[in-house]
Design a binder for this molecule. Sequence first.
Ligand code: FES
Length: 85
Amino acid sequence: AFEVELRRSGRTVTVGADTTVLAAVRAELPDTPYSCEQGFCGTCRHRVLEGEIDHRDELLTDGERGDSMLICVSRARGTRLVLDA
Ligand code: FES
């Protein structure tokens, strides 16, 4: 499991092995937009302020991967991510 801090909202959620960042974020922020849930539409893209990202999508370019992620499929490499959410 790893933690995801939603910095603008002032909340932190835990993402277990059996769930996604998107699901964990939506539990706190139900209006968070998404569509495909498979890493190809880009609707769930979030800016990442801190932490190392484990990118699992097929959409973002290397440049985009520097500071953003698709939270429906991608995860953390370490123990914590900070999202601009
Ligand atoms: Fe489509 Fe995440 S919901 S890429």
